[in-house]
Write a protein that binds this ligand. Structure first.
Ligand code: FES
Length: 108
């Protein structure tokens, strides 16, 4: 078996890393699914569903830190790792996201 025999992880290219300024999020559509992609100031990438489950707030406009995303409408917070709410809301979906040659690749 050679390295070329190893299949690359599946994913959908949604944009370029530079489309998401450090410390911010942006909304994208991946295979018809609305998602939000975040680039934290430490360089890490995260992807979530685009709409907050509480009342549809635009999560891409939320505040971020290394642990959580905070919805801009009513400040419910969600953990990056599993999407669980730390403030009593329903969880959000989180998606694996990676950078490949400058492209943002999300696995749905
Ligand atoms: S819409 Fe997100 S907390 Fe209310």
């Amino acid at each position: 078996m050679s390295l070329t025999d190893v299949a690359a992880p599946a994913g959908v290219v949604v944009g370029r890393v530079e489309d998401v300024p450090p410390g911010e999020g942006r909304a994208f559509v991946a295979d018809g699914v609305q998602i939000a992609v975040f680039r934290l100031r430490d360089g890490s990438l995260h992807a979530t569903q685009a709409a907050c489950p509480h009342a549809g707030g635009p999560l891409a406009d939320g505040q971020t830190d290394v642990d959580v995303l905070v919805c801009p409408l009513h400040q419910y917070a969600y953990r990056w790792g599993d999407g669980a709410s730390t403030s009593g809301a329903a969880p959000i979906r989180v998606y694996p996201v990676r950078e490949e040659d400058g492209a943002l690749v999300v696995t749905l």
